[in-house]
Ligand binder design. Structure first.
Ligand code: TXA
Ligand code: MG
Length: 325
């Protein structure tokens, strides 16, 4: 889906005036502000309920703009940008002077990416500058993959919502720390570990915990209201039925290998066999089970290769301890 030109112009005007625009990317919807406007960036944190120490991603209209926003571009970062942009890859690099500390949570590094979505690229071209944007959800909750998810969760707090249809990747970008000699993955996402290693021609570490504060690495992030329990794939049905008998309203993520099995539960999501389809649907499935009144979701982890790595990472976060515990 492509937004009307008049909508793109209006959204760019809202950004210029210091307002907030929710916009589609290939991964999830972003909540955007002019990256160079500290007051607008502050509103992003306020609307999300996100602590100001947690840095945002600066979205750019093309890889050729990278040099304007970062201090230097190491050869590895250039290689990755050329290979994967526009696309679901975020590079963490040394902050250029153009980026206010408000957008980086006070860090001397900045996360940048060029999204692969016609509406996002049209908005970035019309606006001309960098758009600082986290995912357009409340802090800690599930990222939005449709414009309706954004409207339902953030409502009037957003000045303008650009509707670009459902997101095609469905999980957030892969974040690579490219500041040093040896890059590493800070968050698995839409570009796979395997594709990154192939492009680099050497192994790449996944740092699930890093020195840097990455909110996506907190326990209980990307979480629905319902509690999420992870079990072995062959135990999903028995676990779900037991919890249902005990009085829970159980939602089940039924692995594709058990597709036709009957399950006595409140709601069942039959997972697609393809990891791309699973990633695309993941956040919508979690939201759907919340909406259907489930208080418990029983799921299992997919094999952690390809997009399965990002899906498993998000499911673990969703199952993590809640702040009140
Ligand atoms: O796909 C995506 O990445 C989406 C779309 C909208 O682009 N955005 C997104 O933003 O997921 P957010 O704010 O929900 O997650 C951004 C992640 C956070 O985990 C943040 O900590 C990390 O990027 N990040 C930002 N700047 C960083 C930095 N300088 N060093 C390390 N991590 C950083
Ligand atoms: Mg987020």
């Amino acid at each position: 889906m492509t937004a009307r030109t008049s909508d793109i112009e209006k959204a760019a005007d809202v950004l210029r005036a210091g307002g907030l625009v929710a916009f589609p990317t290939e991964t999830v919807y972003g909540l955007g502000a002019n990256a160079e406007d500290p007051a607008a960036v502050a509103r992003v944190f306020e609307v999300k309920g996100r602590p100001p120490s947690h840095p945002l991603i600066v979205h750019l209209g093309g890889a050729e703009l990278l040099g304007d926003w970062v201090e230097d571009v190491p050869a590895t970062a250039r290689l990755l940008a050329e290979r994967f942009w526009p696309g679901p890859l975020t590079l963490v690099l040394r902050r250029g002077r153009r980026v206010p500390l408000d957008a980086t949570g006070g860090l001397q590094t900045v996360a940048v990416r060029v999204p692969d979505h016609p509406v996002a690229l049209a908005l970035l071209a019309a606006f001309g500058g960098g758009v600082a944007a986290p995912s357009a959800n409340l802090f800690g909750s599930v990222s939005p993959t449709t414009a309706n998810h954004v409207r339902a969760e953030l409502g009037d707090a957003v000045d303008f919502v650009l509707d670009g249809g459902p997101c095609q990747v469905g999980v957030e970008s892969t974040i690579v720390d490219a500041t040093g000699e040896i890059p590493s993955i800070l968050r698995p996402g839409g570009v796979t570990h395997e594709d990154l290693e192939a492009a680099l021609g050497r192994p790449l570490a996944v740092h699930a915990t890093s020195r840097v504060r990455v909110p996506g690495q907190h326990p209980s992030h990307y979480a629905p209201r319902a509690r999420v329990v992870l079990v072995e794939p062959e135990k999903v049905i028995a676990e779900a039925e037991l919890a249902q008998e005990l009085g829970h309203q159980v939602g089940v993520f039924l692995p594709s290998s058990f597709a036709d099995a009957p399950v006595k539960a409140h709601a069942v999501v039959a997972l697609p066999a393809s990891m791309a389809a699973y990633a695309r649907g993941l956040y919508g499935f979690l939201r759907e089970l919340d909406q259907r009144g489930c208080d418990l979701i029983v799921a299992s982890l997919p094999v952690e290769e390809g997009l399965g790595l990002a899906i498993a990472n998000r499911l673990r976060r969703a199952a993590g301890p809640r702040p009140t515990e």
